[in-house]
Ligand binder design. Structure first.
Ligand code: ATP
Ligand code: MG
Length: 723
């Protein structure tokens, strides 16, 4: 049989790794060195040359997108479609195993998965049932605690002895929560893995069946495995199994979720006689990109240490773009993508990568305006995010009490003790009397006990307070107040870890969105208020369908979800101190090191061109903040980068303005130039920072001395130039 096609396009070490006969191997290597390629080709090798049925291989990776690409690569080498193959994420694969062995796992046949939000709801119910106070035993905190125990493979009996009072209590909740899940036949994410592990432990026959069946286990992104995943792998390999793991300690970015890059050293200890291979040639990126990424990661202490080289051409310098503000940054990125397309390249070759979810909003905005299709991976579009929908629902209900959909959404968010029963009564009343839910609730509050009545009155009062400011405040200030008054900011802020952080950031971003809002094509006959216009625009943006999986579209994702992927053109946006590295990470050297690994991951996604962008001024929570460029940018030696200071040839240079602006022409808009000092009837005096559009659409951004920055449509705003 001609098997050359499996080995031909591999280098010597990769070939070694693929054909290695020893039971255990570890490939430890930097980004783009072909680790994933080793895995896919090894699957092909084992099945075509070693005659192992592909269904007897277990191939695991980290994200759904990576798993999908991996399966695609394997199928294309093997030349056949293998739907049955065990190739997927840990959760996907072990869920499948539980579904096949629900009985042995002690589950109902029809058991279902609880996602994060469902899990939170169950925990709340449990806390209530135990007569505990939600303010002390915060559901999000408890949820995090429970998942952490499960990720570490711990049941209640195994909690460490010296637990504090709080932990003991949490353990009680954990116990009660678990009982509830059992009764209701539901399984949370962490439970899937722990349950499988326990099932196999308790059931030697079943374990031995799977140990024999999975003749070879292959693991990609091994550096990000957590405790229970490691235990599962070890268990399934058993005494006679084979396992190949590939990973890169420099790309370990999930420690906040319990991942342990120390699993790499543990693997070497646990699997005696392991063959360790190092790949050192990078096949993905140009010399410049690689050198820059290497220079950044070199600043991390405690690396296992490895250097990468490439035969690729030097390539272009890395472009560092300093934008005036986040809007300018987004516009710059869109402009570059447009010219990329003009060069005959495709949109799907472009990835915009950012540290925090909230950054996507302004980028989406620019992309939507440019009418380009885009897709967000591992996340939801801004206006479809839970916390944003919640906030918008408060606004909608505040301007229109009869908005039932908004009412339903937020009546008990944050939770104020209005349960399903009360909600049923409200719906019933509404139906009977053809009332809106709001009116029905008013009626109910008059005729019910103090508990329900008070809870409802509290709700009315919150919404009424928001209504009041809706009519007399600028929309920016309105949303700023709304996120506090509604309790949403506090509520979401209590969710631990990245998730809570990201939700609060999104809410703050909503305020910034309001601050930067201007409606295009304002019509004199249009009687909608700014707020209504804003809400309608948000609904429209949310309604725009995400580009289809295979449609040629810009790829957008957080740094965390970019792992393992590669794109010819990559933007890493928001490279500012405080944002990236994130402000909560800069104090702690370990967290800072993880941020730097994220940076390494981001930069090494790029094949041909890499842009790192940052904004001098970024509007967060309606306030303009000034941050210096990320330290990671400074860690890139001068010879590999090129600083672009002005993107647009339209933007003029003004002597009176800060000398940071270089280049550009003397173009003026509406008689104004950047840096001009202007006066406005209600906002006072300020300086023109930026502008976009022309003709009747032209608008300028002015930094007012007392009111902060605002975007104004020139044809409406009564601006005067002050000499
Ligand atoms: P990451 O750490 O980012 O996950 P990786 O080590 O898994 O990267 P791969 O994605 O497997 O790297 O490979 C990077 C790119 O290099 C891919 O486009 C792959 O096809 C190519 N490549 C890998 N090895 C070779 C080789 N020997 N010859 C030519 N191209 C190669
Ligand atoms: Mg990979």
């Amino acid at each position: 049989m001609d098997i050359s096609y499996i080995l031909d396009d591999l280098n010597e070490v990769q070939r070694d790794a693929v054909t290695e006969e020893l039971p255990y191997s570890l490939v430890l290597a930097g980004a783009g060195s072909g680790k994933t390629k080793v895995i896919t080709h090894k699957v092909a090798w084992l099945s075509k040359v070693k005659d192992i049925n592909p269904l007897s291989l277990l191939t695991v990776t980290f994200t759904n997108k990576a798993a999908k690409e991996m399966r695609g690569r394997i199928e294309s080498i093997l030349g056949e479609q293998l739907n049955q193959m065990w190739c997927g994420t840990f959760h996907g694969l072990f869920h499948r195993m539980l579904k096949m062995h629900w009985d042995e796992a002690g589950l109902a046949k029809s058991f279902s998965i609880l996602d994060g939000d469902d899990q939170n709801r169950v925990i709340k119910r449990v806390i209530k049932k135990m007569n505990l106070d939600e303010a002390t035993w915060q559901p999000r905190q408890t949820q995090w605690f429970i998942n952490k125990q499960k990720d570490e493979g711990r049941r209640i009996a195994k909690l460490p002895n010296k637990a504090t009072y709080v932990e003991e209590k949490m353990a009680d909740i954990y116990l009660e929560y678990q009982k509830t899940c059992e009764e209701e036949g539901v399984v949370d994410f962490a439970e899937i893995l722990l349950r499988c592990y326990e099932m196999l432990n308790k059931n030697p026959e079943l374990l031995s069946h799977y140990q024999k069946r999975f003749q070879h286990i292959l693991v990609d992104e091994f550096q990000d495995t957590n405790e229970i995943q490691y235990l599962l792998l070890k268990q399934l390999v058993g005494k006679d199994g084979h396992i190949t793991v590939v990973g890169d300690d420099d790309q370990s970015i999930y420690s906040w979720r319990g991942a342990k890059s120390s699993n790499i050293n543990r693997f070497i200890k646990d699997f005696k006689g392991v063959r360790t291979l190092k790949l050192e040639q990078n096949y993905r990126s140009t010399t410049n990109i690689l050198a820059a990424a290497n220079a950044v990661i070199r600043n991390n202490p405690e690396r296992l240490g490895k250097e990468l080289w490439t035969e690729k051409e030097e390539g272009e310098l890395i472009k560092v773009y300093r934008a005036f503000n986040e809007r300018d940054e987004a516009k710059f990125i869109v402009d570059i993508i447009k010219s990329w397309v003009d060069e005959g390249r495709s949109l799907s070759e472009c990835a915009i990568i950012y540290r925090s979810n909230a950054q996507s909003r302004i980028l989406e905005d620019s992309i939507l305006r440019a009418e380009l299709p885009y897709r967000i991976y591992g996340g939801v579009r801004f206006y479809e995010r839970l916390e944003i929908k919640n906030a918008l629902s408060y606004a909608k209900l505040a301007i229109d009490n009869e908005n039932d959909a908004a009412f339903e959404r937020i009546i008990n968010v944050p939770s104020r003790g209005i349960g399903a029963k009360t909600m049923d009564q409200i719906r019933e009343l509404a139906r009977e009397n053809s009332f809106s839910l709001w009116n029905a609730a008013e009626k109910l509050s008059e005729n019910s006990g103090p508990k329900v009545s008070n809870a409802l009155k509290e709700f009315f009062s919150v919404v009424n307070r928001i209504s009041k400011i809706a009519s007399n405040k600028e929309i920016e200030e309105f949303f700023e107040k709304l996120v506090d008054l509604s309790g949403l900011k506090e509520f979401h802020g209590k969710e631990p870890g990245e998730k809570g952080r990201s939700r609060v950031e999104n809410l703050e971003e909503l305020v910034s969105a309001a601050a930067g809002f201007f409606s295009i094509g304002e019509d004199a006959d249009d009687e909608r208020s700014q707020l209504e216009l804003f809400l309608d625009q948000a609904s429209l943006d949310a309604g725009e369908n995400q580009a289809k999986e295979n449609e040629d579209a810009i790829q957008m994702m957080t740094l965390h979800s970019s792992k393992g992927l590669e794109y010819p053109l990559v933007f890493v946006a928001g490279c500012e101190e405080g944002l990236f590295p994130h402000k909560r990470s800069v104090e702690d050297p370990r967290q800072l090191a993880e941020e730097r690994r994220l940076c390494y991951v981001g930069m090494t996604r790029a094949m041909e061109r890499l842009y790192l962008t940052y904004a001098e001024v970024r509007n967060v929570f309606g306030v303009d903040g000034f941050s210096p460029a990320s330290r990671f940018l400074k860690e890139i030696p001068e010879e590999f980068k090129y600083e672009i200071r002005m993107a647009s040839e339209n933007i003029s240079q003004s002597k009176s303005f800060s000398p940071k602006i270089v280049g550009g022409t003397d173009h003026k808009v509406g008689g104004f130039a950047l840096g001009d000092r202007v006066g406005h009837p209600s906002f006072g005096e300020g300086v023109i920072l930026n502008y976009e559009g022309d003709g009747s659409n032209a608008r300028v951004q002015v930094n007012f001395d007392t009111e902060g920055t605002k975007w104004l449509v020139l044809s409406f705003a009564k601006l005067d130039k002050i000499s």
